[in-house]
Design a protein around this ligand. Structure first.
Ligand code: ADP
Ligand code: MG
Ligand code: ZN
Length: 507
């Protein structure tokens, strides 16, 4: 759907000035956020027919009379898709409905050949669950109102070719791919909490191996409902719904902007209008897409072609017993088994791959806290910079464990280890090889360190004087200078001891 960008640049600048003037008042307001997530279930075939769900195939090569909505064709529900949705319900502590019903959501759009989407409405598959998050060091439960199943729509492709004029094509390969919609309660109180909720939900889907959770590829999509209210007020304010955000960062940014915008509107004595707004990445702002008057009336009714879903206790119990270890369980286990802080464990269990990396590395180098420190520090920093996932990391658990052993044995200093880490990351070589090549072996030789001390003291007579007069702070400076003389290779403990002696005139 096209957004209407009817406001000129002048207006946008005005609006931004207004927002920056008024937004200090934000402290007196409380945001209320509820998220609706659509997650694509990783079944091999579509939800109501046998067509393949494989991604990136020739357009319209994976279609049949059912998913293209041809008269007389009949949908049959995919058992695997139901199984995946039940698993998600169980993993989020929902009650699985013994009876649920597919309904038709009627609207016209070129990517929707039937003229309706099969979804669920009054009788969703699962209800009344929750997800536990940690934000700003606080643990918090976010309610899951309901989870329902539905089918995806097709994809429109707009473009232009040199020969032809503008074209619009439709690809029905995605039509009928199974989705679950997960609706949170209005329990989220900040963009940060929204981010934590989305990360945890995605982790659960990935641990269950039912969704890839890739926001950029659209297998995990989020609409955000947000309102603000004066602190202390019970009643919720009028909400807007934000769309078009394809990364966690964008969701957080869009919410931050929208909260400020709503506060500015209220502070001006205006009213927030219930509407759908799009996040515009380039301008870093939300823009109105459609108002309440244009909201669709979908005329939901039960789909007469599909029987109600009756899910028996035995099936639910069987699935419950076979649930894998979920993020929160893994977190608790890591805390107990390795005595690492909860903060570390929360980060290390964000993905299964990360937790596996940690455990593999600890197996090779059994000092969990130093493994976790390196992972949360240098490792994640490098990965984030290159937008890489941990399974694409050139530093394997074996590399990291070998490097940590070298530090422990005193072959390299902690400072050099940072350099070694960067080098492994760039080249994929093993630490021993890098250290040998670069001549980075730690200096333990007292004579050699003594020479470096001599040089540092000659270069800084004033500081030497100061330390001798009792200015303890300057001692650190001299240690740093000695380290510099050895390109960071001297053993810091030895430098400390020898410099101390030398300053006292003993060395
Ligand atoms: P709809 O049927 O219009 O989508 P729902 O009642 O299903 O409305 O709510 C959709 C989402 O909006 C839920 O995640 C809910 O928590 C959230 N929500 C409802 N009211 C508000 C509000 N005033 N402010 C922020 N979020 C809200
Ligand atoms: Mg909704
Ligand atoms: Zn089909």
């Amino acid at each position: 759907m096209e957004a209407s960008f009817d406001k000129g640049d002048g207006f946008i600048i005005f609006l931004n000035v207004l927002i920056s003037m008024r937004w200090e008042r934000i402290v007196e307001y409380e945001p209320v956020i509820g998220l609706e997530v659509h997650a694509q279930l990783e079944t091999k075939s579509k939800i109501f027919c046998g067509c393949s769900t494989a991604f990136g195939e020739e357009p319209n090569s994976q279609t049949c009379p059912v998913c293209t909505g041809q008269p007389g064709s009949l949908p049959v529900v995919n058992r695997k898709a139901v199984e995946f949705a039940i698993k998600l319900g169980l993993a989020t502590s929902c009650r699985i409905a013994p009876y649920s019903l597919f309904a038709r959501k009627n609207y016209f759009y070129p990517d929707l050949p039937k003229g309706y989407q099969i979804s669920m409405y009054e009788y969703p598959l699962a209800e009344h669950g929750f997800i536990e998050i940690i934000a700003s060091g606080q643990k918090k439960r976010i309610q899951i109102i309901r989870i329902h199943m539905e089918e995806d729509a097709g994809k429109l492709k707009h473009g232009e070719t040199p020969e032809t004029e503008a074209f619009s094509y439709v690809d029905f390969n995605r039509t009928g791919v199974p989705l679950v919609e997960i609706v949170s309660g209005p329990d989220i109180r900040s963009p940060e909490e929204a981010g934590a909720y989305l990360r945890k939900l995605r982790a659960i889907l990935q641990y269950l191996e039912i969704c890839t959770g890739d926001m950029e590829k659209g297998t995990f999509r989020c609409d955000a409902n947000v309102s603000v209210r004066p602190k202390g007020q019970k009643q919720f304010g009028t909400r807007t719904e934000l769309k078009n955000m394809n990364s966690f960062r964008h969701v957080e940014k869009a919410l931050e902007y929208e909260i400020k915008r709503q506060v500015a509107v209220l502070e001006e004595g205006g009213e927030v209008i219930q509407e759908t707004r799009l996040w515009d990445v380039n301008q870093g702002m939300t823009v109105s897409m459609r108002g309440k008057e244009e909201a669709h009336d979908y005329r939901y009714f039960p789909d007469p072609d599909l029987v109600p879903l009756r899910i028996g206790e035995e099936w639910i119990e069987k699935l419950r017993q076979h649930l894998p270890e979920l993020p929160d369980q893994k977190k608790e286990r890591l805390i107990g088994q390795y005595q690492i802080p909860e903060y570390d464990a929360e980060i290390l269990t964000a993905t299964k791959a990360m937790a596996n990396y940690f455990e593999e590395c600890v197996h090779l180098f059994p000092e969990p806290k130093s493994v976790s420190n390196w992972m949360m520090g240098d490792l994640l920093r490098e990965l984030k910079r290159d937008e890489r996932e941990i399974d694409q990391c050139p530093v394997s658990p074996k590399h990291l464990a070998e490097m940590l052993s070298m530090v422990k044995e005193g072959t390299i200093s902690g400072k050099i280890a940072k350099e070694v880490f960067g080098e492994i990351y760039r080249t994929g070589k093993f630490p021993a090889e890098i250290v040998k090549e670069k001549g980075w072996v730690q200096i333990l030789d007292e004579g050699e360190i003594g020479k470096a001390i001599e040089k540092a003291m000659e270069a800084h007579p004033k500081q030497v004087e100061d330390v001798r007069k009792g200015k303890e702070k300057v001692f650190g400076f001299l240690v740093g200078e000695v380290m510099k003389q050895t390109q960071g290779k001297a053993n810091p403990k030895l430098v400390n001891e020898l410099l101390r002696k030398r300053l006292k005139g003993e060395g």
